[in-house]
Design a protein around this ligand. Sequence first.
Ligand code: SF4
Length: 377
Amino acid sequence: MAKPWESYQAVYVHIPFCVHKCAYCDFASYQIYNEHIMSDYARRLAEEISACTPALPVSPHATVYFGGGTPSVLPLDAMEAVVTALKERGFWQQPAEATLEANPGTVDLDKLQFYRQLGFDRLSLGIQSFQPAELASMGRVHTAEDAEAAIALAREAGFRRISGDLIYGYPGQTAASVRDSLERLLQTGVDHVSVYGLTVEEGTLLAKQVREGTAALPPEDETGAMYDFLMEALPQAGYQRYEISNFARPGQASRHNQVYWHYDPYLAFGAAACRFDGICRETNPRNLTAYLRGEAPEREELSPEIRREELVFMSLRTAKGLSLAEFRQRTGSSFFPLYKEAFAACAERGWIAREGDRIHLTERGMQYGNLAFEEFL
Ligand code: SF4
């Protein structure tokens, strides 16, 4: 039987446009709201997709994910042209999980119905908070009410798989405000929740605000209380933690993101998009003009050691962890002779456990994820 790491299991399309640049954001996204540029971009994307000759077969069940940026700002005819190019090239074969990232305030019922007609069945909404002051300081363009309305409209349009993102640890946030935001999100009945601890990225407005003292991160114990509350409340509400930052109701885990964590090959198109064939990683130019000009991607061949390390730490992000038999099959090496010391160092701190064929991080290990991963590098 074909192994999932022998064919492309996912297709990512990057739409790098946003209504407004959020203060904390270092993603490849541009505050451009010009229909001409977006149409040129969609044309270039369709060209890139049509000209792609994949190194491996594309699985008929490959998931599709339009991320950004804010894909929901793309004009509908431009969106349709990109979707058509994917389908014509055989990269989107129905039925497949197809996710669209959207921001509240950029969708209405007509748009959402159109996305459903195109074949999207999953919506991932960047909500981040339900507190007006927090949304304003983050530079978000929507209100708490917009978020609630977007979820209701998505249900009306037929979306049965809706995810909401929240941030914790942002300047001005408290454990009480995070609790209130989560409660409001759960009241909407979303199927999946992603919770991201803030990291202040260099080059962002937030980094400048923190440096200049106009924004202050919450004290560590307050951020710790936010984390503890989220980790307790989400499972209690029926959302199982299946990855460090992701929680889902039964059957609602993102199949697309699991492709990355299982370290399977994926295709990717658009500015800054990065694809992986199991050995090489190729990254398109991040600069929009360079991408529109058709400049070549950067190609990096990963050594067997790097691939092995990446397989370990991507798998350890998930609750089910890494299968030792699969590790042997994929790398030709046994896990323990290579990582005995790293495993022992993590086990001593209660960060990692072995159950039969699998090793996985414990709840505590997930809290210290990056420190645990460093042991394996
Ligand atoms: S909407 Fe998302 S991608 Fe766009 S600027 Fe904000 S965080 Fe970045």
